[in-house]
Design a protein around this ligand. Structure first.
Ligand code: GLU
Length: 505
């Protein structure tokens, strides 16, 4: 068989905001597609209308736009395998359900919910399968005239998959190896419901993966139990030659204790579990998002990439291109990955330090405006550049560290420990002398200021830096003094120095 072009898909159901685990699933699909020169499809699985949440699809698309993960085709992207929204593919599913019925691989079942409930009460652990279907009302147990009559009457029915018992079903999983399940434990899953003329997840998922020429199904571990059924469905359709390879990713676990990561863990420990802020249309509840909390998209991707996979070295910081190069789906762990959100903070800190000032400035500009400061963007960029190495987790943490860039210290107070320690006997005289010297400078660039100050300090045997910091900042924080002075400019620098002399004496 000829090598098929790698095609993977991300196929969320629009039932709410995208969970951060879903983001990791999409990322792994993306990395896999890129490294194989393949294609990445975005499909919306919305056949369960009762769980549809308005706005969820847009939210998911916006999340990937923000993260910088593009799809090659799908909802919002177009392509030759559409439509990509399952609710727009009803006719297709109807046709394929018909094929299974015709081939005797599926059957009609007329049992009402009440009848099913009665059976469940009657038989412990009741399962609709080869051992029980004979006692139920379906096209295998009823005479054909009766089936015809029910159909003519317009009775509601479902189509069930006819699982043959006693067979070992192999799921060939790229992470878990050969997973074997005996078909006897599977039930005759509902594939289609006449009531809404819609398929269930299982049928739509298989038919679409086939028609969209998907070669690899990379998805969360929670879908592993469905995989044997999916394998059987591929076979029932006669598609075993093009059956995708599977990879079921490890679960994301709570940062502490046991069990699956949930939104409650995020609320409890103070981290987002959604990429973007989510406003629930029904309850009005607002859930925090990585974007609004001040994470950089590249930091989020890097953090997520390493939850369940690592490159086999100590390397932690990786660009998306590097991840594409290094990623290996077969090296993903089978065990769940603890959601170490503190590590997420560390990644953000590292990425802030690596980011271009121009990328960070708009965020800081917002913080400045909230504090009543409006300055040209170059000024914002300059401050971010001087301060981003201060080991901050988020840009918003910069404000208390650098308010003095924009607001001159008002009260020079000896209550301040740094002031007390550094505004020495000679400080006032030194600052006055230094101010006189700086006044004479025409060039007030960092280099020129540095040269003038260092020369004077050397010749006069002075150490003016800490008192100078007292004068310009009012306390013991801030960046390199030459950079600060150049940023403030000559007038403001002199004004602050003279005021300090006046107030501290
Ligand atoms: N619609 C399923 C979901 O919401 C897709 C599962 C799969 O990838 O097969 O995750």
């Amino acid at each position: 068989m000829a090598e098929r072009k790698v095609r993977v898909r991300f196929a969320p159901s629009p039932t709410g905001p995208l969970h951060i685990g879903g983001v990791r699933t999409a990322l792994y699909n993306y990395l896999f597609a890129r490294q194989h020169g393949g294609e990445f499809v975005f499909r919306i699985e919305d056949t369960d209308s009762s769980r549809f949440v308005p706005g969820a699809e847009e939210y998911i698309l916006e999340s990937f736009r923000w993260l910088g993960i593009p799809f090659d085709e799908g909802v919002g992207f177009g392509g030759s395998h559409g439509p990509y929204r399952q609710s727009e593919r009803r006719a297709i599913y109807k046709e394929y359900v018909g094929r299974l019925l015709e081939a005797g691989k599926a059957y009609l079942a007329f049992d009402t919910p009440e009848e099913l409930e009665t059976k469940r009460k009657e038989i412990p652990n009741f399962q609709y399968d080869a051992s029980t279907r004979g006692q139920m009302r379906n096209s295998l147990s009823l005479p054909s005239e009766e089936v015809r009559r029910l159909m003519d009457e317009g009775s509601q029915y479902v189509v069930r998959f006819k699982v043959e018992p006693g067979e070992d079903v192999h799921v060939n999983d790229m992470i878990r190896g050969d997973v074997v399940i005996n078909s006897s434990i599977l039930d005759d899953k509902v594939l289609y419901k006449s009531a809404d003329e819609l398929p269930t997840y299982h049928l739509a998922n298989i038919v679409d993966d086939h028609l969209m020429e998907i070669t690899h199904v990379i998805r969360g571990e929670e879908w592993l139990p469905s995989a044997p059924l999916h394998v059987l469905l591929y076979r029932a359709f006669g598609w075993e030659d093009t059956m995708p390879r599977f990879a079921h990713l490890p679960l994301l676990l709570k940062p502490d204790g046991k069990g699956k990561l949930s939104k409650r863990d995020g609320d409890r420990l103070g981290f987002p579990v959604f990429p973007l802020e989510w406003h629930d249309p029904k309850s009005g509840e607002v859930s925090s998002g990585y974007r609004e909390s001040g994470y950089l998209p590249a930091a989020v991707l890097n953090f997520l990439a390493l939850l369940g996979w690592n490159p086999g070295t100590d390397q932690e910081i990786m660009s998306l291109d590097e991840m594409v190069r290094l990623f290996d789906i077969t090296k993903c762990s089978k065990a769940g990955a603890k959601f170490d959100y503190v590590k997420g903070l560390w990644f953000n800190r590292e990425y802030i330090q690596m980011a271009d000032n121009s990328e960070l400035a708009p965020t800081f500009d917002k913080v400045l405006r909230e504090n009543g400061i409006e300055v040209p963007m170059e000024r914002v960029e300059a401050v971010v550049g001087m301060m981003k190495m201060k080991k901050i987790n988020f840009i918003k943490e910069l404000w208390p560290l650098c308010d003095f860039f924009f607001i001159a210290p008002e009260a020079y107070s000896r209550e301040d420990k740094f002031v007390r320690k550094n505004w020495t006997e000679t400080a006032a005289a030194d600052m006055t002398e230094l101010a006189g010297l700086l006044e004479g400078l025409d060039d007030f660039s960092v280099a020129a200021v540095k040269e003038a100050v260092d020369c004077w300090a050397e010749a006069a045997g002075k150490k003016p830096w800490n008192p100078w910091r007292v004068a310009l900042v009012g306390t013991g924080k801030g960046p390199d003094m030459y950079e600060l002075a150049a940023f403030l400019g000559k007038d403001e620098t002199l004004r602050r120095m003279r005021k300090a002399v006046e107030m501290l004496g």
